[in-house]
Design a protein around this ligand. Sequence first.
Ligand code: PMP
Length: 302
Amino acid sequence: MTHSLLQPFDQRQGWLWLDGEFIQWDRARLHVLTHGLHYASSVFEGERAYAGRVFRLDEHTQRLLESARMLDFEIPYTAQNIKDATRELLEKNDLVNGYIRPVAWRGSEQISTAARASRIHLAIAAWEWPRYFEESSHQSGISLQTAIWRRPPPCSSPFKAKAASHYMIATLSKHAAERSGFDDALMLDWRGQIAESTSANLFFVREDALHTPLPDCFLDGITRQTVISLADEHGLRVVERAIFPDEIPYFEECFMTGTAVEVCPVGRIDNHAYQRFAVGKSLARSFREKAMRLTESLDHAI
Ligand code: PMP
């Protein structure tokens, strides 16, 4: 099942899992009066399958269930149900390497801020998506423009939830960056510290150490945690700390991490160009190797 990037997502072919059943892709329709659409009561995941197995499916499934709880709703399926459905979906769609998008949302029973009577829905879709950025960007590094929007303080929303509501400032920031000729945006937090990009975490390299912002108001990505676990075998220390933008020119390298981007070097932030990519590229290789080797628990092969 190969899709062109320009093919709209509602016009693709294949199987989708919706509320406990496998259905044809084009039958997955929503009513316009859906709470998730009006009030952003929706949580989702982004997962990747490598060589037929989903990387860290346990952690992603747990994060999905917990994200929903942080938005005060309970997904009516167990982690086991969701993992089984995910594996079966890959099989039915003949996907060996691909991207998986589970999404849960409040339905149409109530349209107001109160929504405790809403039915909770869950869908899972999967498709081929080899690279988030062009292959050439993985070689020469992507460019980031500092966004005008900032990640809000932790008292303003449950920031550990992978919730739709957190993404509008990311969309605005990414649009602005692309209009200015950049690939993506770098988001600061409300204090002016470097936070992350619009959909990935950030690492900087200096003198055998990885410096990465403390995830105290944004997602502590599963890829980020994996890269931290790989640092030691690369002879790198990990320093999680507050990083301010005036440090950008003093780092030797920068790279980003996320399920969609995997590990991707950054070649430029605003006017500062990075010339070195060696650490990012070798971590990218190790990450891929690890993803191929250590996917979900091996007794769950599909
Ligand atoms: N931050 C944001 C805002 C994201 O959307 C993502 C992608 N899920 C990440 C960080 C990286 O998270 P992960 O490594 O778990 O994909």
